[in-house]
Write a protein that binds this ligand. Structure first.
Ligand code: FPP
Length: 245
């Protein structure tokens, strides 16, 4: 049985997140500018999103720009800001054909106006689609996400809409950007780095972690299947006991 067939006979993760690391290093190894790595990374995101959709995965969250990435040189930031537009123009036909919905998670107040308009337009246009949800985390940071949730919840307590006892796991979960997505089953980070980098900290509580050595532009469908195959071989206990004990 091939790898894909084997993967398809077992539990398919509902929600996968990817820290798409290593675009710059991938490009440097080829004597190309870092922006070329981001371009190839963007193309790879399209391929992996289509592969996830094909496998029946419900949601794919990807870390495309962090709240800390504003510290990068202006030219690189400008290039990254242009990626959503390029992504829309280049792949919208394929995403429409496969009924893929796109949403963005993160702050929306620091982008140029045209980028915000594009994000809103893409979300609105794809909101009723039934295929994979591609959650592009853009100006995303888990701390900021939690601060917003804490502020919202505090406001509700202050206004007397809820009491302190109403604050539980479900309530907090429902105040995060990912509130409409299934629980996060698996986090993949490419490029060999073993860090979480302020990504989906609340959502990761019981997720499995998988670190791939290859840089993001080289993370192909086979690598994705290997990650899922590895995930499927794990014994998830969610704080309980090992099977049969
Ligand atoms: C990390 O590699 C990658 C990024 C900061 C950008 C990732 C963005 C994409 C793959 C495209 C996103 C697409 C859309 C539609 C927004 P790095 O630059 O940190 O690489 P390095 O660690 O080798 O320097």
């Amino acid at each position: 049985m091939g790898l894909k067939e084997r993967v398809l006979t077992r539990y398919i993760p509902q929600h996968i997140a990817i820290i798409m690391d290593g675009n710059g290093r991938w490009a440097k190894k080829r004597n190309m500018p870092r922006t070329y790595g981001h371009k190839k990374g963007s193309e790879n995101l399209k391929n992996i999103a289509l592969a996830c959709n094909d496998l029946g995965i419900k949601a794919l969250s990807v870390y495309a720009f962090s709240t800390e990435n504003w510290k990068r040189p202006k030219a690189e930031i400008d290039y990254l800001m242009g990626l959503p537009k390029e992504f829309e123009e280049t792949f919208k036909g394929q995403f429409e054909e496969h009924d893929i919905k796109v949403m963005f998670s993160g702050r929306r107040d620091r982008f140029p106006k045209d980028v915000i308009e594009l994000m809103n337009r893409v979300e609105d246009k794809t909101k009723d689609r039934q295929g994979l949800v591609l959650n592009i985390c853009f100006d995303y940071g888990s701390h900021t996400e939690m601060i917003h949730a804490i502020r919202d919840i505090s406001r509700q307590v202050k206004d007397g809409d809820i009491t302190l006892d109403d604050i539980d796991v479900d309530l907090v979960t429902n105040h995060l950007y990912t509130k409409d997505l299934p629980p996060l089953d698996l986090l993949i980070r490419t490029s060999g780095e073993m860090r979480i980098s302020n990504y989906l900290l609340w959502q990761l509580a019981y997720s499995e972690l998988y670190f791939a050595k290859v840089h993001w532009p080289a993370f192909n469908q086979k690598q994705l299947l290997k990650a899922i195959d590895d995930f499927q071989s794990r014994n998830r206990r969610f704080g309980g006991l090992k099977e049969g004990k």
